[in-house]
Write a protein that binds this ligand. Structure first.
Ligand SMILES: *Cc1c(COP(=O)(O)O)cnc(C)c1O
Length: 432
């Protein structure tokens, strides 16, 4: 496969953009080689600058649940565009999308739109702090909530007390207000709460994590978190940026019966345009300006073109049967990968829900970040490279989820599974 043109474009990009990319994972650092420069997408397919075609399971990292350049989205965007790209004044589109989101996800009394998932996470934390008058938050190692200072903290070697910044430029002061626990470990959260009585504003989690690979939560863990937050007056924030409108119509919270106080959204809610949202309990959301004292604002928030793309997406996915059809594809893919691994005697753990999938080269189901890091990521790299050579585009990292769209057809899946057979043979070459 010739990727000369992509290599040239990457060289050129690096002269003007840090690392040649506008979001780090795009640089292919953890899988080696040059990133592919994409020229266009259609349906389940991506086309790179050298004219190579790939079945795409990244889907712009989640938003493209209808596939690339879906005609229904394009029509809605064109119509909105013709009326103007931005007004900095309210439009009916924002209210309509807010009403749709509220209809779909129970428990959202008020919703505020922003332009990214990171922005939604940052705002939700501020609101939780403003509402409770407390400073500290608890997050889970391996859960990602965007490039937000206070959230760029994870556990080093199982440390679960004070946060250590994960990024240069995050001050120790900010990190010190972020407490860490391991995912699926309620006892650690209980201990943190006991050590910091009346000082914890929020617990934030991905109820089904997808940023350390895909991980399933224990039912008792989620129940325990809800009870703890109720008892201690802590705001429970469910980050549905990845899972919302993706693992099922009502997101991870609907699937798992979790009732958060606040939820944050992104990705699918914008149908491929920059949209994030946060919302939840009325008494908490009433703290947001101009109703209340917590300031949060955005010049392009609720952008009409982006709202139109989100509405067009939600209209399709709320039709009966949409998620059953999507999940049947995820099941076929993950069952096929598992079978291909078995043929090579490779231990593989697979998971899926709705249109989200994940797998680890590991002996046992992966329950937290430490276990995720202990999985055989070198095998993933070999598998990834072999799949790419066969024309299948997976996430360029062992610790990301995969996404299937409405546009993925029988032929695309059959092609993917044939490629997976060959790629597992390559992965099997990597020593244990
Ligand atoms: C992608 C993601 C974010 C950040 O969203 P951006 O739109 O990239 O800022 C936050 N939380 C989760 C769970 C995500 O997957």
């Amino acid at each position: 496969m010739n990727t000369q043109r992509s290599a040239e474009l990457f060289q050129r990009a690096q002269k003007s953009i840090p690392g040649g990319v506008n979001s780090p994972v795009r640089a292919f650092k953890s899988v080696g080689g040059n990133p592919l420069f994409i020229e266009r997408g259609k349906g389940a397919w991506l086309y790179d600058a050298d004219g190579n075609a790939y079945v795409d399971y990244v889907g712009s990292w989640g938003p493209l649940i209808l596939g690339h350049a879906d005609e229904r989205i394009l029509a809605a965007v064109r119509e909105a565009l013709e009326r103007g790209t931005s007004f900095g004044a309210p439009t009916q589109l924002e209210t309509t999308l807010a009403e749709m989101v509220k209809e779909i996800v129970p428990g959202l009394d008020l919703v505020r739109f922003v332009s990214s998932g990171s922005e939604a996470a940052m705002a939700a934390l501020r609101v939780a702090r403003g509402f409770t008058g407390r400073e500290k938050i608890i997050k889970f190692a391996g859960c990602y909530h965007g490039a937000v200072d206070a959230l760029l903290v994870k556990a080093g070697s199982g440390a679960t007390t004070l946060g250590v910044p994960d990024s240069a430029g995050v001050t120790a002061g900010v990190a010190a207000d972020t407490l860490l626990a391991d995912f699926n470990n309620l006892a650690q959260v209980e201990a943190l709460a006991a050590q910091n009585p009346g000082r914890i504003a929020a617990v934030i989690l991905e109820a089904i994590p997808g940023n350390m690979g895909m991980i399933w939560p224990d039912e008792s863990f989620l129940k325990g978190l809800r009870a703890l937050c109720d008892r201690e007056g802590i705001v429970l924030i469910c980050d549905e940026v990845m899972t919302g409108f993706r693992v099922g119509l009502t997101g991870a919270q609907g699937l798992l019966g979790l009732k958060p106080d606040l939820s944050i959204f992104g990705k699918v809610i914008g149908g491929g345009m920059p949209v994030g949202a946060y919302g939840g309990r009325r008494d908490i959301m009433e703290k947001v300006a101009p109703l209340g004292p917590v300031y949060q604002a955005g010049t392009l928030s609720g952008n009409p073109v982006a709202m139109a793309a989100g509405m067009a997406t939600l209209r399709v996915i709320r039709e009966p049967g949409f998620f059953q059809r999507l999940e049947a594809k995820s099941k076929r893919l993950m069952d096929g990968f598992a079978q291909a691994a078995k043929e090579q005697n490779l231990p593989l753990q697979t998971l899926y829900a709705g249109g989200m999938m994940g797998f680890f080269f590991a002996q046992q189901p992966v329950k937290d970040y430490t276990q995720a890091l202990a999985s055989h990521s070198k095998r993933y790299v070999a598998f990834f490279q072999a799949m790419l050579a066969e024309g299948v585009y997976l996430a360029p990292s062992a610790f990301e989820a995969l996404f299937v769209s409405e546009a993925h057809g029988e032929d695309d899946i059959a092609k993917t599974l044939a490629a997976a057979r060959k790629a597992m043979a390559q992965a099997a070459q990597v020593p244990a």
